[in-house]
Write a protein that binds this ligand. Structure first.
Ligand SMILES: Cc1cc2nc3c(=O)[nH]c(=O)nc-3n(C[C@H](O)[C@H](O)[C@H](O)COP(=O)(O)OP(=O)(O)OC[C@H]3O[C@@H](n4cnc5c(N)ncnc54)[C@H](O)[C@@H]3O)c2cc1C
Length: 491
């Protein structure tokens, strides 16, 4: 008889694990808290507009291809490679930097500020590439059974990288570049990990290699939610049952094993093994009531920042705006040091704008544009009252209008705002922390909440909150690592 596996959570981690397991002959069922799949990779459809709610691009496309090969399917969505990758504008200058993958075109952007950018970037990116190549298989794509095993593996990494362990991302970038513009633009990627270049390890400068050399960034034709729609179709064809509006509140255990997950209505869901796609630390604390993850301990962990996201439909086209755009101020260091904890950064916020309708005309009515704004903000540990949401959003819309040389405030026909309160409520994100646990050295690899439960031997975890970490490709790698755990359990 087929072994039955229940997965709680239909985020990318849950969906990809479900398909990998179904294709290996397991009977798989998904229980999702919300009325549809996707988790943070979701969609707002309103007033004729379609917006991606969270992820707006991804890197490491080869991880999706590996997933499709592993499942014996064609990927059920289409990638669109981004080049240029994105633009960056500083508030004190009309200049917009366009980040190309081609090194000569990229260097030309910095011709005035950093005339030898090309040589410096080549050196920087060589180091990033070495870091990536020396760690990706050993550290990122490996299951660790203990902290010691993890540390022993780290000890086998080329010692030439040791100095990087002692430095922040910012220090690393400062070592290679002299101009403020190059330093800030190259270190911007640390924000993608939910912290800042000033408190993210220089190890993560390997992301620059992924960003510029190894793979770049991709969109999905029709919007990012096509990933979810395509996967749900494949799951249904593979016989996976998806149950929505089911939130797991309790676990029934017997003799070191889970026998059932219990939902908000008291219904028990029985299976042979269980995979949790909800946050692996929060689930251990709030559902399993583990002391190591008590409220006090959870609070002391290092969480990523919150996001104020808003979804704006305008009844005109904005040809001057690129697909992915960063709008920065003039106080990068001061801003970075404050943004995680101090709401006063919201007086002059930094933000990102994605124009999803640029490559996907179906995402907006004719002659209109779908704009998705992301503004890094303190999570709910540091700012719980969001009554000022409209004021902040209006100030960003005014700033954006100035920077693109066109007032959009009178052309807005659709407006939706998510503060960290909504992110917390919709997806059970701890204190509205957008990317969950940070990638501090004490919270990665063998130190991150493991994907195999410590006490219950048929209970596993998948997704951004367990190994290897946050981001869409990491969720796909996580599903591979968790699938290994589940199959080993039944061997
Ligand atoms: C604003 C924003 C922008 C981002 N941009 C990017 C980007 O451009 N590129 C990129 O690669 N990544 C990006 N990310 C990160 C990316 O979204 C996440 O890392 C990834 O989607 C996490 O997937 P997951 O499966 O681990 O978790 P989730 O997507 O959080 O899925 C977990 C699922 O579990 C469900 N759940 C929770 N608790 C329970 C319960 N008790 N019972 C049942 N179900 C439960 C939730 O409803 C959810 O559906 C972004 C994130 C945010 C917030």
């Amino acid at each position: 008889m087929k072994k039955h596996v229940i997965i709680a959570g239909a985020g990318l981690g849950g969906l990809t694990t479900a398909l990998r397991l179904a294709k290996r002959g397991f009977e798989v069922e998904i229980l999702e808290k919300n009325e549809r799949a996707g988790g943070r990779l979701n969609q707002v459809k309103k007033d004729g507009f379609t917006f991606d709610t969270g992820p707006s691009f991804f890197s490491m496309s080869y991880e999706f291809k590996e997933f499709a090969d592993d499942c014996g399917i064609e990927l059920p969505f289409e990638f669109v490679e981004l080049d240029p990758l994105y633009t960056v504008n500083f508030s004190n200058s009309p200049k917009t930097y366009t980040l190309y993958k081609d090194l000569d075109k990229l260097a030309a952007q910095f011709a005035e500020e950093e005339p030898d950018f090309k040589e410096k970037f080549q050196k920087y990116i060589r180091k990033s590439g070495q870091l990536y190549n020396d760690t990706v298989d050993k550290v990122i794509k490996t299951n660790f059974d203990s902290k010691l095993g993890y540390l022993l593996t780290l000890a086998t990494v080329n010692p030439v990288h040791l100095p990087v362990l002692m430095k922040t991302f910012w220090k690393q970038v400062e070592q290679y570049f002299d101009s403020a513009q190059a330093q800030q633009i190259v270190s911007l990627i640390a924000f993608f990990l939910g912290r800042t270049p000033f408190d993210t390890s220089a190890v993560y400068s390997l992301l620059s290699h992924i960003e510029f050399v190894n793979d770049g960034y991709y969109n999905v034709k029709g919007g990012m939610y096509q990933i979810v729609e395509g996967l749900v179709k494949e799951l249904k064809m593979a016989g996976v049952k998806l149950n929505y509006n089911i939130e797991i509140k309790e676990v029934k255990e017997l003799n070191g094993k889970v026998i059932a997950l219990v939902d908000q209505n008291g219904k028990s869901w029985k299976a042979d093994a269980f995979v949790i796609n909800a946050d692996a630390a929060v689930f251990r604390g709030r559902v399993l009531k583990r002391k190591k993850y008590s409220e006090e301990k959870l609070r002391k962990m290092k969480w990523t920042m919150g996001y104020l996201t808003f979804y704006i439909g305008v009844n005109k086209k904005l040809p001057q705006v690129h697909h992915h755009n960063y709008f920065l101020g003039t106080n990068y260091k001061d801003y970075s040091l404050k943004v995680l904890k101090q709401p006063d950064t919201l007086e002059k916020p930094y933000y990102y704008v994605n124009v999803v309708s640029k490559h996907n005309p179906d995402c907006a009515p004719e002659g209109c544009e779908s704009l998705f704004f992301v503004c890094p903000v303190p999570n709910l540990l540091y700012k719980r009252n969001w009554d000022d949401r409209d004021k902040i959003v209006n100030s960003i819309l005014e700033d954006f209008s100035k920077r693109i040389g066109e007032d959009i405030t009178g052309s807005i026909v659709s407006r939706t705002i998510y503060t960290p309160l909504e992110w917390e409520k919709h997806f059970n994100l701890y204190e509205g922390s957008g990317l969950g646990l940070s990638h501090h050295m004490s919270q990665i690899g063998g130190f991150r909440p493991a994907n195999k439960d410590e006490d219950l031997n048929n209970l596993f975890y998948v997704g951004a909150s367990t190994v290897p970490g946050a981001g869409l490709p990491m969720a796909v790698i996580s599903s591979k690592l968790t699938t290994q755990r589940v199959t080993e359990y039944f061997e």
